[in-house]
Design a protein around this ligand. Structure first.
Ligand code: NAP
Length: 266
């Protein structure tokens, strides 16, 4: 039997697509009340119609989570509708490319605003309700790129490292109030974002071939499904993880444990 989150109210940012969508589905499967925040209004409308039969347990708000006034307004509406917030999953994020010499200030600022400031803002407005409840759990989606890097991802990798630090600092602040904060560090996950990256870098190959190549770089031989990240998020929101806080939890099919020098003949 899976984890039962009946009665729990969970916000998922970036909930309309990719990892966020995988999280929304897993939380609904666990009987939680789920509110999806996203910038992409057309994908949110599709998600609304997909879950139209779950009127009381699924709703959505068009929100730019890097905008303080919009975050405050959306969180206020959730509290007015449900009276509590038990979980916050921060999935909204953008992938940007550029080296240390060619990344513009505009790209740097946008990357940090969407990837890091948004997680500070959502926690800032959600945590007071959790503190009042003396319980709650926040999960920030970081990346293995917070620990290891590749070329031309300077702003993205730095933003992901900042998320791990934000997670630890918030976890320390909120622990005494019974509120936990953890980060999930995925390897490659099959989402619209990853497919866009594959398309940008595919050369003569198809997107499917690039994804298969990237999957082969993970010792388990494939990239992840967004539902697999959702399973970990459900665990981290549930009481099954009640003594885990401030952690950066890697879920990458072994990508980050492998020395990339292959012995001859192996
Ligand atoms: P995705 O497929 O692009 O989905 C992200 C969703 O967030 C999109 O619907 C996007 O809307 C929305 N969003 C972007 N900026 C927003 C904002 N300011 N306010 C509200 N919503 C916003 O991305 P994903 O691959 O699921 O990635 C989710 C998170 O996981 C990101 O933080 C990413 O860095 C991280 N991650 C992904 C992978 C991977 O391989 N996919 C690996 C490690 C970590 P628009 O499309 O309209 O922008």
């Amino acid at each position: 039997m899976g984890i039962d989150l009946s009665g729990k109210v969970v916000i998922v940012t970036g909930g309309a697509k990719g990892i966020g969508e995988g999280c929304v589905q897993k939380f609904l499967d666990s009987n939680a009340i789920v509110i999806s925040f996203d910038l992409d209004d057309s994908s949110l409308a599709i998600q609304e119609s997909k879950h139209a039969n779950l009127e009381s347990s699924f709703s959505s708000h068009v929100v730019d989570v890097s905008n303080e006034a919009q975050v405050e307004d959306a969180v206020t509406k959730v509290l007015a509708a449900h009276g509590r917030i038990d979980g916050l999953i921060n999935c909204a994020g953008i992938q940007t490319y550029g080296s240390v010499t060619d990344t513009t200030e505009e790209i740097w600022d946008r990357t940090f605003n969407v990837n890091v400031k948004s997680m500070f803002l959502t926690a800032k407005y959600v945590a007071p309700a959790m503190i009042a409840q003396k319980a709650g759990s926040i999960v920030n989606i970081s990346s293995v790129q917070s620990l290891m890097s590749q070329k031309t991802v300077v702003a993205y990798a730095a933003s992901k490292g900042a998320i791990n630090a934000l997670t630890r600092a918030s976890a320390i602040d909120l622990a005494i109030s019974g509120v936990r904060v953890n980060a999930i560090l995925p390897g490659s996950v099959d989402t619209p974002m990853l497919r866009t990256s594959a398309d940008m870098h595919r050369g003569e190959k198809s997107i499917e071939e690039v994804l298969a190549d990237w999957g082969a770089g993970h010792p388990l031989g494939r990239i992840a499904k967004s539902s697999e990240i959702g399973d970990l998020a459900v665990f981290l929101i549930s009481d099954e993880s009640a003594f885990i806080t401030g952690q950066s939890i890697v879920i990458d099919g072994g990508l980050s444990i492998q020395v990339p020098v292959i012995l001859p003949g192996k």
